[in-house]
Structures are given as C-alpha cells and as structure tokens.
Design a protein around this ligand. Structure first.
Ligand SMILES: Cc1cc2nc3c(=O)[nH]c(=O)nc-3n(C[C@H](O)[C@H](O)[C@H](O)COP(=O)(O)O)c2cc1C
Length: 433
C-alpha cells in the first residue's frame, strides 16, 4: 500500500502539494556579496528537488540587507534589476524542476543579527539577546515609520518572489527573529500599538499577512512559521501561540508551520525539556519522543482547521505517517538529514524506514573534554559549531552537488567562520561601507 506521505494535499488557496514531505527552511549562506542568487544555490536546490519532497522551503531570505541572519543570505530589499531577477528565476526554476513547490521564506533577523553584520540592529525594543560571547550587539527600538516600512518590504519581496517563479511564500515568525521578537513580551516592551497586549504584539505579523495576500492574490500559497512557545518564563507561550494561530487562520493563511525556541533557547534543534513543556491537555505521546512539537500540533489541531506543517526531530517513516494519520500534521518538515542525505524524501516514499541520524554523533569537544559543555558559554559554542557542520554540508552540496559527511565539526567551524568573515569584508568593500 502506498504511504500516506505520498498523498497530495490541496491547500485553502487551491494549490496542490504533490506529497506530504517538505524540506524545512535552512539558511544556505551561498548568495553573492550583494545577496543575489548564485549557481551554487541552483545546484543545491537541483539536488533537493531531485530528492523528492513535495515542497522545498528556501532558507531565510532577508528583506533588509542590514539585518542578515548571517553572511551569505539571499537579500530582496529593493526592486531588483534585470540580472538580479534573472538569477532569482534560475534558482526558482532549478528548485521546481520535478514539479514540486518552492516557497520563499521571508525574514528579518532583528536583534538576532550578528554583531559582525550590524552592531546596533533594529528590534521591537532595546533588549539584547541574553547569550554569553558578545556575538550580538545592543539593539535599537524601531520607530512607527520604520515598522510600517518593514511591513511594506515583506509585501514587495513576496510580489517579486511570485514574479520570478517561486510557487509560494512563508513569513518567518519563529525562532526569535524580528516577528517572533514582536510576539514575545520579553523582547517586546513597547507601550504603543505594537506592544503590550497579544493583539498588539501580533499586529505586525497580521499586517504583513494581509499585505502579502493583497499583493500575491487569492490563489498563491502563504505560510507562516510560528513558535508553539518560546520556552522562556514570561515569553510567548502556547496559549498565545494558539490565539495567534486562530487569527492567522482567519487571515487566510494556507499552511501554518509549527516550531519553537530561539537562539537563547534552541528548542527547534533538540528534545531537552520538551516533555514537561507539552500542553497540559495533551499527554506527551510516544510519537512526541521523536518529533519535538507534535503534541503542540495536536492541541492546536483540536481548535483550528488550517493545514499544519510540523518540523523538528522527525526521522522515522512510522512517526511521520502517525503524525499525518492522527491529524497532528498535514505536512512533515525535514531539516538536518537533508543536508547530508538529500534524497531522503524519495527514499522514505520508496519504503525506507528511517533517515540516517547524525545529530548525536556531532561534537566539537573530544569525549575527554565533553564535561566542558556543562559551562553555559561552552555549551553555546558547541551548539553553534554543530550547526556549522550542517552549513558546511550545504556549502558542499551547493559547490559540488554532493555532501561531505567526513568533515569534522572543528573543520566545519573553521571553514564557516572564515567564509562568513570573507563574505562580510567583500560585501563592505563592494558597497563602499
Ligand atoms: C543548517 C540549518 C539552517 C537552518 N536555517 C533555518 C532558516 O533559515 N529558517 C528557519 O525557519 N529554520 C531554519 N532552521 C531550522 C529548521 O528549519 C528546522 O526547524 C530544524 O532543523 C529542526 O528540524 P530537523 O530536526 O528536521 O532538523 C535551520 C536548521 C539547520 C540545521
């Protein structure tokens, strides 16, 4: 019997996803110094399109070149010239060559912009990221006029993405980036119409969804990536998330992707502490021991009809099928395994039981020094270094069409740091900054 995961899904806007597997958004770092799409991005997405997922989400594309999530991001922060448009079109046609969807994830990093990119990024309020290591600068609160300008930029970027051949857009409101900062009372301490009550904190996101819908029309998919919770005391919690999901459903969102956490609390990447955090009306399930946010999705499904995508931790076909069968997810997002095993979706649809796992093997420190990760600052460095290993696989896929799984975490860290520094230096020189 064919897998449930092979069934197409019709979205509220009428678009059809050919199957239930999606490549989750993963920042590529492969744009040129102007933030333009490149041949390396084409090669990377050819591999992912051949990989068999019904939908590919791009890594976060920035709507403001001064607020990159990282050096090497694609940037759409102005009307593109013909060459820029052509490069975006090439990328979109490479990424859709198997008839799958390709959606642009639009984002602004806010206070999570690295100091290397901008020492004084704009954010809802002047509240700095609470991490040791000095990677992030002191943010400056956005003015009303700047907020309105950013809302317009999300709309412009969405229009351009549609024009060049993306088949949908996703607004990134999760993981502690700008829109997630607005949603959280910890990082949003404003007392104007953009802060305070949940309605005010969600206003920017809802304005953006409405603006994007106006420019892309009724038949083009719009998705939002939302945290189920920030997992921080006094932060954006599940009740808030459920209410925002209801508003997004009313606003006509086609697919809500559920994730969680931020740089301060990177729950999107692991399981630690998730069982205690599950919503009270849903017992943590066996399935939830593999998939981090599935219990949140089940609790959400009980109250909303909009299609849900759940991302984080899925590795076995059985867990993916169960999540779809139980109605917790309509689409399953797959991230890390596709960096070193891009054919994963095709293999799962062909009957493979389990994607190869790497996350537990990757370590910066040798076994004799593992105890060092009990120190908070070193744990954070270890976390970033392991993340860099995936970045390095993406570089390899983009440059050669093949991953480089034998690379060590230490080698990957050095490669990514050097590449990012060089990219920033060349960008400053190119822009005369
Ligand atoms: C290398 C890498 C880059 C990522 N970049 C993004 C991103 O640009 N946007 C986003 O929403 N999430 C990003 N994520 C998070 C993933 O979309 C996903 O939520 C996370 O990896 C958990 O799914 P997984 O367990 O299948 O890897 C990234 C994750 C990785 C590993």
């Amino acid at each position: 019997m064919p897998s449930l995961l092979a069934e197409p899904l019709t979205l509220p806007c009428g678009a059809i996803l050919p199957n239930r597997l999606s490549k989750a958004a993963m920042t590529e770092g492969l744009a040129d110094v102007y933030g333009h799409a490149t041949g390396d991005l084409d090669r990377l997405y050819l591999a992912w399109s051949d990989g068999g997922a019904g939908m590919l989400l791009s890594g976060n594309i920035q709507i403001d070149g001064d607020h990159l999530e990282r050096p090497g991001n694609v940037i759409i922060d102005r009307e593109p010239d013909d060459d820029t448009k052509r490069a975006l079109s090439h990328w979109a046609s490479a990424a859709t060559r198997n008839g799958n969807h390709f959606w642009a994830q639009l984002s602004h990093a806010g206070r999570q912009t690295q100091k290397l990119v901008n020492p004084h990024p704009k954010a809802p309020s002047a509240v700095k990221v609470g991490l040791p290591g000095g990677q992030f600068g002191q943010p400056v609160a956005l003015t009303e006029e700047e907020i309105l300008n950013l809302i317009g930029r999300f709309g412009t970027a969405a229009r351009i993405c549609k024009e060049v051949g993306f088949t949908g857009v996703q607004i990134h409101a999760a993981h502690g980036y700008l829109l997630s900062q607005f949603l959280s009372p910890r990082s949003n301490q404003r007392n104007d119409r953009w802060g305070g009550s949940l309605e005010n904190r969600a206003r920017m996101l809802l304005f953006i969804v409405n603006t994007v819908r106006t420019v892309v029309g009724p038949n083009f998919p719009i998705s939002v990536k939302l945290n189920s919770a920030d997992f921080q005391r006094g932060g954006f919690d599940f009740e808030d998330s459920l209410q925002v999901a209801k508003w997004l459903e009313q606003a006509g969102v086609d697919l809500l992707e559920i994730s969680g956490g931020s740089y301060e609390q990177p729950k999107m990447m692991d399981m630690e502490g998730m069982e205690e955090a599950a919503p009270q009306n849903v017992a943590a399930s066996t399935l939830a021991r593999e998939a981090y946010f599935v219990d949140f999705a089940k609790a959400m499904r009980a109250e909303i009809k909009m299609p849900l995508m759940v991302t984080g931790g899925f590795r076995s076909r059985l867990a993916m099928e169960q999540a779809v069968r139980q109605g917790a997810a309509d689409v399953i997002g797959l991230g890390r395994p596709l960096c070193y095993f891009p054919e994963g979706p095709k293999r799962l649809l062909g009957g493979m039981e389990m994607l190869p796992r790497k996350e537990n093997e990757l370590k910066l420190f040798p076994p004799s020094l593992q105890f060092l990760t009990r120190i908070k600052a070193l744990k954070a460095i270890d976390g970033f270094a392991c993340q860099f290993w995936y970045y390095s696989q993406i570089y390899a896929l983009g440059r050669t069409g093949r991953p480089a799984p034998d690379r060590t975490v230490f080698q990957a860290m050095r490669e990514v740091e050097a590449t990012q520094k060089r990219w920033m230096k060349e960008r400053r020189a190119a822009l005369g900054k």
